[in-house]
Ligand binder design. Structure first.
Ligand SMILES: NC(=O)c1ccc[n+]([C@@H]2O[C@H](COP(=O)([O-])OP(=O)(O)OC[C@H]3O[C@@H](n4cnc5c(N)ncnc54)[C@H](OP(=O)(O)O)[C@@H]3O)[C@@H](O)[C@H]2O)c1
Length: 293
């Protein structure tokens, strides 16, 4: 099969590598000509595209993939209210019959839900600009699915972590926020790759899948484990200070609580995660990035 990984960044590069290992032909996109070597080293054919530029996305017409994994984040809604970034890619692919088009969305679309368990039947209630843009992209994709027969499937992804993505605790960029202990749902990048491939191979068109691990957890537990493993003190700040230090969108994200269920991933897509929780995944990620012996 030929797979297009639109947005061959952190997750996309690992996805490309896995697909190549499974003997698929892979094209991986980036905006940055300086990243083509890295993409080629994964075994994928690199293609430089800028999804905001209609002339640039025309280059996708000759790719004719069987499946597209769309990992390009949405532009801010005020710049791209109709999710044109996504629409241009769908249109460029529509001449070849696609088996499916998988959109990497986010559990952020659910908004702040306290301790209530969230499955895919819960209606989204996005609170940040970024989450509103993602929901707009999901809706646009479903519409485009009818028009271009691209067979959309949506993965709502929890917080991605893995080697090189372990909160940046060492650099002092992460703070506990006093008095706030919401729920977080995360997934190790290698399990995310497994989940995305399962959405392709065993998923259904038009269906939503929460892509996170088995254990939603109080959000500070992840940071506390990282700090303990790295032997670092975690700075704590007040909510007022957090509003000064972080952007409004980041504060909204940090204060939100989401306890997301991955039952559909486990039961319908029959995925068994290598790292069912951060307790196994975080030490493995720190070891792989070289922070832990
Ligand atoms: N990080 C999380 O916790 C999280 C949670 C939920 C969902 N997600 C979403 O899941 C997806 C994968 O996440 P990630 O962390 O692996 O993403 P990432 O490393 O930021 O990679 C994003 C990719 O999209 C490409 N891209 C960005 N803007 C583009 C544009 N205008 N035109 C063409 N390509 C563009 C980037 O190109 P370059 O190679 O040129 O940089 C990069 O290859 C993203 O959509 C992300 O927003 C992330």
């Amino acid at each position: 099969m030929r797979a297009l990984v639109a947005g061959c960044g952190y997750t996309g590069l690992r996805l490309a590598r896995r697909l190549v290992d499974e003997n698929h032909e892979v094209v991986g996109t980036t905006r940055d000509p300086g990243r083509t070597e890295e993409i080629a080293a994964s075994g994928a054919r690199p293609l430089v595209i800028e999804a905001d530029d209609p002339r640039s996305t025309l280059a996708l017409e000759e790719v004719a993939p069987d499946v597209c994994f769309f990992l390009i984040p949405p532009a801010p809604l005020d710049r791209d209210p109709d999710a044109g970034r996504l629409a241009r890619v769908v249109r460029a692919l529509h001449r070849a019959p696609l088996e499916c088009f998988i959109y990497a969305s986010s559990t952020g679309v659910y908004g702040d839900r306290g301790a209530d368990p969230i499955d895919e039947s819960v209606l989204p209630r996005p609170e940040s600009d970024r989450a509103r843009a993602r929901l707009a992209s999901e809706r646009r994709l479903l519409e485009l699915g009818w028009r271009y027969d691209c067979r959309p499937r949506i993965g709502r992804i929890g917080g991605i972590y893995g080697p090189g993505r372990t909160l940046g605790i060492r650099s002092g960029r992460y703070h506990l926020i006093a008095g706030h202990e919401g729920w977080s749902s995360r997934i190790h990048v290698d399990d995310l790759v497994t989940a995305l491939i399962a959405v392709w191979q065993r998923g259904m068109n038009g269906r939503l899948y929460n892509l996170c691990d088995d254990e939603p957890h109080p959000s500070s537990e992840f940071a506390r484990l990282a700090a303990r493993l790295l032997d670092i003190d975690l700075p704590e700040i007040t909510e007022e200070a957090a509003r000064r230090v972080y952007s409004p969108d980041r504060v909204t994200r940090r204060l939100a609580s989401r306890r997301v269920s991955n039952r559909r991933l486990r039961e319908e897509l029959a995925v068994t995660l290598r790292y069912p929780s951060f307790r196994e995944g975080l030490p493995a990620a720190l070891r792989e990035e070289g922070s832990l012996a």
